[in-house]
Structures are given as C-alpha cells and as structure tokens.
Write a protein that binds this ligand. Structure first.
Ligand code: ADP
Ligand code: MG
Length: 168
C-alpha cells in the first residue's frame, strides 16, 4: 500500500514518515525533494518555491511506500495521514528552522484553517488526522502505524478556532 504523510511544514511529516517506512520495511519517498530535483513546472517567485508537477510525480512511485510531503495526498495513495500541530507551537518549530515571519504567518494560517485536511478529504483515500502538538514522536508513530493497519478514518479531531479568533 501507498501511504501519504501530509500536512503543513513543521507538523512532523519527515520524522514520522521515515520511521513508519522503516517499521513497515517499505520505501520512503521524499516527495518535496523530488519536486526540488525536477518534478516541477517552473518556479513561483512569490512563494520562492518550484511549482510541483503532480503528473510527473505520479510516475515512478513504488507500490509499497510511505510518501513524505505536503503534496503526497494528491498522489493517489491508499491511505492518507494528515499530521496537525497547534499553530503557535508550529510557529515555534518553524522559527527554529530560521524561517522568515511572512512564511511562518502563511503556514500557521494554513494550519489554523485545516487547509491540508480539506484537500485530503477531497481525494479517494481514507484520511486519518493526528495532532502532534503534545504526544512524543514514539507515541505518534505508534498511533499512526495502528491507524494504517486498522484503516481508521478519523478527521475533525483538531480545532484551532481559538487561534483564528485570537488573530481577527
Ligand atoms: P515536517 O517534515 O512536517 O516539516 P519534521 O518532521 O521535519 O516536520 O519536523 C517536525 C519537528 O517536530 C521535529 O523537530 C520533531 O522532533 C518535532 N516533533 C515534536 N513532537 C512531534 C511528534 N509528536 N511527531 C512528529 N514530530 C514531532
Ligand atoms: Mg519534511
């Protein structure tokens, strides 16, 4: 099975996807890296990022794999894991990466508004949402692995409306 691990930058995709692939003994596919290394069509100057070529990404994907990236839910996976993080905690994770304020604002806002979950629910795959704000990495990987096994569809478990209201 192909498992997509998706979500806003900083939610924990890479950390969780690598471990999940290891545990399952399947390939780990870094989708963001593939975009950077050629699966792109042009460059978005405003966002300072390559524009992903989703059709090119869909070619050449292993049958059994864990996909890591905020686009991975668009690659026709059999199961999608959307990782979530409370926006202020997410901000601090992105600050630690040395990201600029504008980029941090944009991503915290996208997280607060459930953008990835909404996109994932618009695909065929079952969607399991998990909040990484409090749990340890180990707890997260264990819970995610179990959800994949049980095909546990679960969304609407996070609510960042307090964050949104605080900013209006
Ligand atoms: P992404 O790939 O989504 O940008 P990363 O995995 O690179 O995210 O980074 C997530 C950061 O958050 C790491 O420093 C990780 O240790 C930390 N973190 C804290 N709690 C968790 C958790 N429960 N699950 C995953 N990552 C977590
Ligand atoms: Mg990552």
């Amino acid at each position: 099975m192909r498992i997509a691990v998706t979500g806003t930058p900083g939610v924990g995709k890479t950390t969780v996807a690598r471990r999940l692939a290891d545990e399952r003994g399947v390939s780990y596919v870094d989708i963001t890296r593939r975009v950077r290394e050629g699966a792109s069509k042009g460059y978005d100057e405003e966002r300072q990022a390559p524009v992903a070529d989703v059709d090119a990404l869909r070619d050449d994907l292993p049958e059994d794999a864990v996909f890591d990236g905020h686009l991975s839910h668009r690659l026709e996976p059999g199961f999608t894991v959307v990782l979530r993080c409370e926006p202020d905690v997410l901000r601090s994770r992105l600050e630690e990466r040395g990201w600029g304020d504008e980029k941090i604002d944009e991503n915290a806002e996208a997280e607060a508004l459930d953008v990835t979950t909404a996109e994932a629910l618009d695909t065929e795959a079952p969607v399991f949402e998990f909040d990484t704000t409090e749990p340890t990495v180990e707890e997260t990987v264990e819970r995610v692995a179990r959800a994949v096994e049980e095909r546990d569809e679960r969304t609407g478990v996070v609510d960042w409306s307090a964050y949104v209201e605080g900013r209006v």
